[in-house]
Write a protein that binds this ligand. Structure first.
Ligand code: PMP
Length: 364
């Protein structure tokens, strides 16, 4: 009995990724306004063509790959379609790190799945914490020193725009990261939110950086978190290695069908329209939040969410939760005491949030 004791020790010890949807449901709570997962506030409609589902799908759906290659400006051999960016993260670790021996490096506060995937694989995590004083900019000198000191580091994860802080990496920092890792480790730039700041992609660096891999997704600006489709972009050599590790048929035919439509000219035009609307609502929300008592700081954001520091974040977070408004508490992340991450919602959702916050903060 107790079959869970048969699980690998690192899995028994693992703190898994927390999905608020499951926590709210388990607590029998209600969630009316979901501003916790950086999804698109608006949905898009797709007609599903019911093809021959008795057959396995194309392992890498050719038309989706061709369209994503055209959209991102690389060749199809440089692209691998994955089950969301999350599978991309996991594949990178499984391809380049040996459990019990190797390490990955990250710059907290950042996206949680780099460490969850590493810990699952018994891969050590080296943290170079960034600080709000310099806008959460990774320290390239500290990275050089860490790589020098710790030869087990195989993969370096950086995120731009970074979740949950919203800041971009400058071109100088990207150059620094590329040069520090060259010939030494795989450098991963997670661009899950890049459509909200499209001029800042590092995709043009790929040609001269064969060790660079860029993570992309349809979950955010493309409003398709529900289909679980993302991409890795890298040199054909690196993508070829990861291709060996990915499951045989990772992208279900209905997913490929919808992704293909989303990546048509019309789909991309709709995405860009949604992005502009999101940026407008983000600025309106940021302005309104800055005017509230008890809001200490709203960080500048290059993405579809805001990081907000409150004088009494625990009271704000639970007060909103009790009112059915679900946000993402970040207060336990390094350097983020008092911080809550808020996804930009629809005008209506943002108004509900601001009304509830005004009520709560008025109770001081
Ligand atoms: N990277 C970052 C920075 C993210 O915030 C997310 C979404 N939470 C992902 C990757 C993964 O998203 P998905 O698996 O939905 O593509």
């Amino acid at each position: 009995e107790n079959p869970e004791r048969l699980a690998r020790p690192e899995v028994q010890a693992l703190t898994p990724y927390q999905s608020a949807r499951r926590i709210v449901a388990a607590a029998g709570g209600r969630g009316d306004v979901w501003l916790n997962a950086n999804e698109s506030a608006e949905s898009d409609d797709y007609a599903l063509r019911n093809g021959r589902l008795n057959r396995y799908p194309d392992a890498q759906p050719a038309e989706v790959i061709a369209r994503y290659a055209a959209y991102s400006g690389v060749s199809p051999e440089s692209i691998l379609a994955t089950r969301g960016g999350d599978e991309g993260i996991d594949l990178l670790i499984r391809t380049f790190c040996t459990g019990g021996r190797d390490a990955v490096l990250q710059f907290p506060p950042t996206y949680g799945m780099y460490s969850v995937s590493a810990e699952t694989a018994n891969v050590r995590v080296v943290n170079l914490t960034t600080s709000p004083e310099n806008g959460w900019t990774p320290d390239v000198k500290a990275l050089e020193a860490a790589l020098e000191k710790d030869p087990a580091i195989q993969v370096v994860f950086a995120c731009s725009p970074n979740n949950p802080t919203g800041n971009l990496l400058s071109p100088e920092v990207v150059s620094g990261l590329i040069n520090a890792t060259r010939g030494r480790a795989i450098l991963v730039l997670d661009e899950a939110y890049i459509e909200f700041s499209p001029d800042d992609t590092a995709v043009d660096r790929l040609e001269r950086a064969p060790h660079l891999v860029i993570i992309r997704t349809l979950s955010k600006a493309f409003a398709l978190a529900g289909i679980r489709c993302g991409f890795l972009i890298g040199s054909p050599a690196v993508i070829g290695m990861i291709r060996k590790v990915i499951a045989p048929y990772p992208i279900p035919a209905p997913v490929a069908d919808i992704a293909e439509q989303a990546l048509s000219d019309e789909g991309i035009a709709r995405m860009k329209t949604r992005v502009l609307a999101t940026l407008r609502r983000r600025e309106e929300l940021a302005r309104a939040l800055r005017a509230l008592p008890g809001v200490l700081e709203v960080s500048p954001s290059a993405s579809n969410f805001l990081l907000v520091r409150f004088a009494e974040s625990a009271r704000v977070f639970t007060g909103l939760w009790d009112r059915g408004i679900i946000l993402r508490d970040q207060s336990r992340q390094p350097t983020l005491a008092g911080a809550i991450r808020i996804t930009v919602g629809t005008d209506e959702e943002n108004a509900l949030l601001l009304a509830a916050l005004t009520e709560l903060l008025g109770e001081y």
